[in-house]
Design a protein. Structure first.
Length: 312
């Protein structure tokens, strides 16, 4: 009995060491590990270049930069610290390839695979946009409170980031996190100006970016922060008033979409009664009907994007 137990333990240990050796020496493992390291190094180089460009007030462009901003504004980067645009693209390519292969092979038609891929990409894009909008609205609600707290402090240029750290405990996300990160970055790097500019890049709200930029300039030239807070408060109140008007216009636009949708349904049912043919057979069974559905979907999607811009 003891010999069998020892034999089992030896077999288990042998297989365990064999799998460990395969894991370390495997070509696939080495290739994946090397690709992951290269992606991380590319992300670090791009981040360093972006931070240098903050001081130049330049508009950085490119697919990776736009994707990085989306992940940052949506809060995905904060939830997953190691997430980079390169890894996000690789993840999308792998998932889309798997979805297409499963749908195309399992169902047997290539266009079903394309539909699955399109649905996945649309769902991810919608989720990212909803998270960005949620964070934007959260900053919009907290901005005046942030200025009120700043107005309660006698701020000097040497203690701006420390004041931000104290104020952060009274604010909600995402401002709470970005203010704390600004303080810790200023403490570790010793460059408060770059820490402020980096903080402004982490939030989408234009008035917050403007406020951070003005704070950095005031700190650099030792200007009076009391005047800055007072002027910023007036500007933000005007911005909020205009945004309320935009929200009212967006609400009217949504009502118009519902009315147009209801009218479209009524018209289609009327046509069905007149011609005596089920309208779904025409819409889904003929290329003319499919083209009409595609056109209606394109118009509604374009209308939706315009309303989202108006409501943001």
């Amino acid at each position: 009995m003891v010999e069998k137990i020892i034999l089992c333990m030896e077999l288990f240990l042998s297989f365990f060491l064999l799998f460990r050796w395969i894991q370390k020496e495997s070509i696939i493992h080495n290739v994946i590990h090397k690709a992951y390291v290269n992606l991380e190094q590319a992300a670090e180089r791009r981040t360093a270049d972006n931070r240098k460009g903050m001081m130049l007030l330049g508009n950085r462009k490119g697919l990776l930069y736009r994707l990085e901003k989306q992940l940052l504004y949506s809060g995905m980067t904060g939830r997953f610290q190691s997430l980079t645009p390169e890894l996000w693209i690789v993840f999308h390519l792998i998932v889309c390839a798997l979805l297409y292969a499963v749908a195309a092979i399992g169902i047997g038609t290539w266009w079903i695979g394309l539909i699955f891929v399109a649905l996945f990409e649309g769902s991810v894009s919608l989720l990212i946009n909803l998270l960005i909008s949620q964070n934007y609205n959260a900053v919009d609600r907290e901005l005046l409170k942030f200025l009120d707290f700043l107005g309660n402090y006698s701020i000097t240029s040497g203690e701006v980031t420390q004041i931000l750290s104290q104020v952060s405990s009274y604010l909600e996300e995402p401002l709470k996190t970005v203010l704390e990160e600004c303080y810790y970055e200023a403490q570790t790097s010793g460059d408060a100006s770059l820490a402020l500019l980096s903080m402004g890049e982490k939030v989408q709200h234009p008035k917050f970016k403007e406020l951070v930029r003005n704070m950095e300039i005031s700190m650099r030239y030792s200007a009076d922060f009391t005047v800055l807070v007072s002027q910023s408060r007036k500007s933000i109140r005007e911005h909020m008033r205009m945004r309320q008007e935009q929200k009212a216009l967006a609400g009217e636009a949504w009502v118009n979409i519902l009315i147009l949708g209801a009218m479209t349904v009524v018209i289609l049912k009327t046509v069905e009664v007149l011609i005596g043919v089920p309208i779904r057979d025409i819409l889904f069974g003929t290329w003319i009907g499919q083209g009409c559905l595609g056109g209606i979907a394109a118009i509604l999607f374009s209308f939706y994007k315009k309303i989202r811009k108006l409501d943001s």
